[in-house]
Ligand binder design. Structure first.
Ligand code: NCD
Length: 309
């Protein structure tokens, strides 16, 4: 595994296959340790700042839990409205300020490229927890960890990504990581929400087989795993365009019955209507296990950037 001490975590393309294997090992070690005790002391005295300029439940709380399980502390803005951002402070000045109080920053911001901007403004490590429609690398790492755990291996997989492939940053980052393992990929979306062409052509240039289709049943029938995503309503400039595509894909019990084979189901969450509640007790429904894995994987990422793994 490469040396991540002091490094920023900004993009899915910054990891090698060896890095992924290393991160999975470290995360799995933390998962085992947390079965024996509630918390560790590896990052005692370190402070993580969480800067979320967009809504978050899982990403923020799992980062905070991860830091605290490692013995470190967390500070964060209660809300953007209660900070000087509301007075018009720039992102660069805000992160410069925060870098005086914390040893690392986790940031989520609506502008694509914002995490890189923040990282360029400060000497401490910055972790991208979602930059607009860009990337969400730690989500992709926890997705990969979950796939390995659920399916036993990352080799020779066929994976369907379904829903909003245009605006969904989780699928942008995950496609990068899966390309390291020569996965076959089905991209299932309405025509208006296809995966950005530069990502698809980048994957094909690496020799990855990519099949774009609107047919979820056909794709799922040929896949080991289906990765559902939410239509990213907040990214549509024109809400009537959203109305046209909302509810395009719904995974429910009736669909699984038609599939006639077991499939593993992931979703970064939150779900709106794309996975029905009648799927939740299906054995392959792994999305609640997936969100728990976020804590172990984020512990691994934090330990790495602080040079402790
Ligand atoms: C995702 C996000 O914010 O990009 N959620 C997450 O981090 N688990 C997906 C989404 O909001 O649809």
């Amino acid at each position: 595994m490469g040396n991540f001490k002091g490094k920023d975590i900004l993009h899915g393309n910054q990891f090698s296959r060896k890095d992924i294997d290393g991160i999975i090992n470290v995360a799995s070690g933390f998962e085992k340790e947390l079965k024996k005790k509630d918390s560790l002391t590896l990052l005692r005295g370190k402070i993580l700042a969480t800067l979320f300029f967009e809504p978050s439940t899982r990403t923020r709380l799992s980062f905070e839990a991860a830091m605290q399980r490692l013995g470190g502390g967390v500070i964060g803005l209660g809300s953007v409205e209660s900070s000087s951002v509301a007075k018009g402070e720039t992102l660069a000045d805000t992160v410069r300020t925060v870098s005086q109080y914390a040893d690392a920053i986790v940031i989520r911001h609506p502008r694509t490229g914002s995490a890189k901007e923040a990282a360029d403004a400060v000497p401490i490590p910055v972790i991208n927890a979602g930059d607009g429609t860009g990337q969400h690398p730690t989500q992709a790492l926890l997705d990969i960890y979950t796939i390995k755990k659920e399916l036993g291996s990352l080799k020779n997989l066929t994976i369907s990504m379904v829903g909003d492939l245009k605006y969904g940053r989780t699928v942008h980052a995950l496609a990068e990581l899966l390309s390291l393992f020569q996965a076959r990929l089905y991209f299932v979306s309405p025509l208006a929400l296809r995966m950005p062409e530069e990502i698809t052509s980048g994957l094909r240039a690496k020799g990855i087989e990519v099949i774009e289709t609107e047919d979820m049943l056909k794709a799922a029938s040929g896949s080991h795993l289906i990765y559902m995503t939410r239509i990213q309503k907040e990214r549509f400039a024109d809400l009537s365009e959203y109305e046209k595509v909302k509810g395009s894909y719904v995974l429910n019990k009736a669909f699984l019955d038609r599939l006639k084979k077991k499939i593993t189901i992931l979703h970064p969450l939150p779900r709106i209507d794309e996975i029905s509640a009648d799927v939740d007790d299906y054995p392959g429904a792994a999305y609640f296990r997936q969100m728990r894995n976020g804590v172990f994987v984020r512990m691994a990422v934090l330990a790495m950037i602080f040079g402790k793994a």
